[in-house]
Design a binder for this molecule. Structure first.
Ligand code: UT7
Length: 323
């Protein structure tokens, strides 16, 4: 019998503080008009001084657990996608496990930047399909604001903080049809934080290790690779563009999202769009958008959802599922 991983609950959390484009106009040489025209972003949420990735992950996880109506102790796998872990170690997943009072099952982080949630979903799906887990908590959580140079207009207008979580259960019917992952490390320097633990821990500790991006190069590659991966995903499942009910894309830039939707022939009202309100929350963006789509009543049980993401690495990936 084939085992599938089925979505039984979603949750998300956004920090209270909202930073508008107008606020950014006062600190860097930019305009609300430029940011909206070039990215679609109107505002983003920023974690409070004493609010950390773990806090965001915990709040989103508790909401997903509540939505699924399960006892947290029945979770037998925790995978957290994050680029902005609170500590070098232990992993955010282990810290989250303790907060949720879960003891024993495997818990680990996955790092694939903006593709992180799709990567984490792929890993959890494989655990469930092979009998290694029966109920997984998969989280995307980021405090990207902590690795942003707030004087660099090329990056600071783009990102925000947040978290999203899903509960996956072993089931006899889909569930996740397939996941597809790719990476090409030759492009590492186009989108990166050039310092890390082994190269400059002082910079990391002092909070001066910041995101650097060649935006236009990243943009072109993202449009190209996301176009390829939607074809790859549909071909793997013998599906047509018309079989997809909802596109839940990584929310980096409305122009990238529109390019993928156009390729799929999907009207924008079949695309969950949160980039306006969240900015780019990296690994959190897809589960945040998915949760919004479900809670606001757009995505309904039995519908087919295509998720796709592109990010630093470069990494890119997709997941096709029935909700
Ligand atoms: O999550 C996955 C990874 N990230 C992404 O997918 C983001 C990918 N990149 C992008 O979203 C876009 O490349 C940007 C939004 C970052 C830029 O848009 P663009 O169409 O690639 O560039 P553009 O031609 O519209 O604008 C570039 C110009 C530059 O000025 P010059 O050199 O042409 O005079 C920039 O200095 O826009 C300038 N610029 C800004 N102007 C006002 C850059 N940032 C800003 C800003 N406000 N915040």
């Amino acid at each position: 019998m084939t085992i599938y991983a089925r979505l039984i609950g979603t949750g998300s959390y956004l920090p209270e503080r909202v930073m508008t484009n107008a606020e950014l106009e006062t600190s860097v040489d930019t305009t609300d008009a430029w940011i909206q025209a070039r990215t679609g972003i109107q505002q983003r949420h920023i974690a409070g001084e004493n609010e950390f990735t773990l806090d965001l992950a915990e709040a989103a996880s508790r909401r997903a657990i509540e939505a699924a109506g399960i006892n947290p102790n029945t979770i037998d796998l925790i995978v957290v996608a994050t680029t902005t872990a609170d500590r070098v170690f232990p992993s955010t997943a282990c810290l989250l496990q303790s907060k949720l009072d879960i003891h024993g099952p495997p818990a680990f982080d996955v790092q694939a930047v903006c593709s992180g949630f799709v990567y984490a979903l792929d890993v959890a799906n494989r655990f469930i399909q092979t009998g290694g887990a029966t109920r997984a908590l998969v989280v995307g959580a980021e405090t990207f604001s902590r690795i942003i140079d707030w004087t660099d207009r090329n990056t600071c207008v783009l990102f925000g903080d947040g978290a999203g979580a899903v509960i996956l259960d072993a089931a006899e019917s889909p569930g996740i049809y397939s996941t597809h992952l790719h990476a090409d490390g030759d492009y590492a320097n186009l989108l990166h934080v050039p310092k890390g633990v082994s190269t400059n821990l002082v910079a990391v500790q002092e909070g001066t290790a910041f995101v650097e991006m060649q935006g236009t190069e990243v943009f072109k590659m993202a449009v190209n690779k996301l176009g390829e991966i939607v074809d790859e995903t549909l071909a793997a499942n013998n599906m047509q563009y018309s079989d997809i009910d909802w596109l839940v894309p990584h929310q980096a830039n409305i122009r990238i999202i529109k390019a993928t939707a156009k390729k799929l022939g999907m009207p924008m009202d079949k695309v969950i769009q949160t980039v306006q309100y969240h900015g780019n929350t990296s690994a959190a963006s897809i589960p945040l958008a998915l949760d919004a789509g479900i809670r606001e009543g757009y995505i309904k049980p039995g519908e087919t959802v295509l998720m796709e993401a592109f990010g630093g690495g470069f990494t890119w990936g997709s997941a096709l599922l029935k909700v």
